[in-house]
Design a protein around this ligand. Structure first.
Ligand SMILES: Cc1ncc(COP(=O)(O)O)c(C=O)c1O
Length: 481
């Protein structure tokens, strides 16, 4: 057995935990981040994404890591943050119109830093005496604002993927006559969802053990909305295969093209069959805050559960997702676990011990940013953000339509625009753009054909900037094959 080693000298720890080092690091970080914001907001570099082959990047970091260990004198090498910034995708640059991740409100970096320092683990009330009641208060208030009713509430968790899985776990337990959580599932369950739904719904179904046939992909129309009349057929086919349909999942909106299912039609269907109605609003449920753009969400208020990412259209750093329930008590059905060392009242509902309702045990103090915005701005700040982002997408779509040689997939209902060139190879256009910039846009495929795709996440993407996306693509196209 190893002999007991004397603990390290306390002065070692007062160095690492000391205020002086903390203050110095803070000042340096502030200056570096100010410079990042100044440069990226003013489009000061000739790229948004610093493109380089992944293996070359890995090699660079491996070599630097080696150097770091040779010259270890602090916790991190002083220029680490600068190197990370230089080599990261710059979401604050107005030419960023790529994947659907928030361009965080810079102030929230301080909340995130402060809550990282406090590190209250949130699993139980004592490990989140401020952030647990803040979460309960803000989630109740937002759930009720969404129109889910007086009994509504919700939890925060790390991502839409986890929120959708959690909602389906609650659906399974609430819909079944047996105690699925305790006894295990013997039924072959299934879920009806758009064939354009985010893959995480299918992943959740497989995680729950229902296999490939557990996800029933319902056909969509030309603008990617579930065809409501196809629900009945899909339902009967599932029954004839011996599957027990538990839930209808609406997409609000779909990830690739930003299409909103007709939520009222889905709610009617769910009611008529006694199914759980879940809305995957990871991207688009945020539009509830906008009077101008909430129309595609009509019917949301009839859902049993709704997932909404605060880290997509609402300016909050990832990951931060709300899972809302019409009946707050249903949240306790997803997991019911004895953990004597954690909980006061065994399996009973205790809103203050949040891990009774979340997959996570320890979780970050997600509520502080959400609560802070809601307390100080109500829906107003989010309304203006959603209006700006969707407005930018609509202006871009109008620009596409006014040009020869471009085709718009559908009029945007959200901040997502899919479009393609009718004269050049779209995959080649995107490859050139991603490798040489300066803008950052992405692509998707519909029916085996490539479409270009912009998600307008940055409120500073003015019409002049979005015009420059099309000008740049045309210049890249004119270079020929
Ligand atoms: C409709 C939809 N659902 C779920 C997800 C997954 O969310 P997250 O990335 O927060 O896990 C996304 C992500 O883009 C999405 O658009």
């Amino acid at each position: 057995m190893k002999p007991f080693e004397k603990p390290t000298n306390p002065s070692h720890w007062s160095n690492h935990y000391g205020l002086e080092r903390f203050q110095k690091g803070g000042h340096q970080t502030l200056e570096t981040l100010m410079e990042y914001l100044r440069i990226s907001q003013s489009q000061g570099l000739d790229y948004v994404l610093p493109f380089k082959d992944p293996n070359a990047r890995l090699e660079m970091w491996r070599q630097e890591m080696q150097k770091g260990s040779d010259a270890r004198n602090g916790l991190v090498r002083g220029d680490l943050l600068s190197r990370v910034l230089e080599r990261s995708n710059h979401l604050h640059d107005p030419r960023y119109a790529g994947h659907q991740v928030a361009v965080p409100l810079p102030e929230l970096a301080w909340i995130t830093a402060a809550t990282a320092l406090l590190n209250n683990g949130m699993a139980i009330d004592e490990m989140g005496p401020a952030s647990s009641p803040m979460e309960e208060a803000v989630m109740r208030s937002i759930a009720q604002y969404m129109g889910l009713g007086d009994e509504a509430s919700g939890i925060l968790c790390h991502g839409g993927t986890l929120a959708n899985l959690t909602a389906l776990l609650a659906a399974r337990q609430c819909q079944s006559e047996r105690d699925e959580w305790r006894e295990g599932t013997t039924e072959k369950y299934a879920v009806l969802v758009s064939e354009q739904a985010h893959y995480c719904v299918d992943r959740a179904v497989r995680v729950m053990g229902w296999g490939e046939e557990g996800t029933i992909h319902v056909p969509v129309d030309a603008s990617h909305r579930i065809r409501p009349e196809a629900l009945e057929t899909a339902f009967s086919e599932a029954q004839s295969k011996g599957l027990k349909v538990l839930s209808v999942v609406g997409s609000a909106c779909t990830t690739s093209s930003g299409a909103f299912d007709d939520l009222n039609a889905l709610a009617d269907f769910a009611n008529s069959k006694g199914l759980w109605f879940h809305v995957d609003g990871a991207h688009g449920a945020a539009q509830i805050f906008s009077k101008q753009h909430r129309k595609p969400l009509e019917g949301l208020q009839r859902a049993d559960s709704v997932a909404m990412d605060f880290h997509k259209m609402l300016g909050i750093p990832a990951l931060c997702t709300g899972l809302f329930y019409r009946r707050s008590k249903d949240a306790y059905s997803a997991f019911s676990q004895d953990a004597d060392y954690l909980y006061e009242q065994g399996e009973q509902d205790e809103w203050w011990n949040l891990s009774k309702r979340t997959f996570e045990c320890t979780k970050r103090m997600l509520s502080v940013a959400v609560y802070g915005i809601w307390e100080q701005h109500g829906a107003e700040l989010w309304e203006s953000l959603v209006d700006q982002l969707v407005g930018n997408a609509q202006a871009f779509a109008a620009n596409i339509e006014s040009r020869e040689g471009w085709e718009l997939f559908a009029s945007p209902q959200s901040n997502i625009v899919c479009f393609r060139s009718t004269q050049w190879d779209n995959a080649l256009l995107r490859k050139r753009m991603v490798e040489r910039g300066p803008h950052y846009i992405v692509k998707t495929e519909f029916g085996g054909e490539t479409w270009l795709r912009c998600t307008f996440q940055n409120p500073f993407t003015t019409e002049a900037v979005s015009t420059s996306i099309l000008d740049r693509l045309e210049a890249l196209g004119r270079e020929g094959d």
